[in-house]
Design a protein. Structure first.
Length: 92
């Protein structure tokens, strides 16, 4: 496991005023990571704990408390039609 997490004690920037954050999870490329820490998703890929090395988001149009993130695949109960995949290949 051995995952490093950081604590933000003070938020700076307009985005923090505009969006209510409960937390931030690092999904950046390793070269963008603060202090050389292996980002969360890279660490779980390294540990081979997921069925598939992918994640998905669900954003409810009616109930924000129903929003979700899925690790290792998708849940067919949350979508209709084909899924559109986006390869993440450009480091930044």
């Amino acid at each position: 496991y051995n995952q490093t997490f950081g604590l933000i004690q003070e938020e700076e920037g307009e985005v923090f005023d505009q969006v209510p954050f409960d937390g931030i999870l690092g999904l950046a490329f390793p070269k963008m990571s603060a202090n050389g820490v292996t980002p969360f998703f890279d660490k779980i890929i390294e540990q081979k704990v997921l069925k598939k090395n992918e994640f998905a988001f669900y954003f409810s149009p009616d109930d924000p408390s129903a929003n979700a993130v899925f690790w290792g695949g998708v849940d067919s109960a949350f979508y209709d039609g084909p899924i559109e995949y986006f390869k993440v290949v450009d480091p930044y």
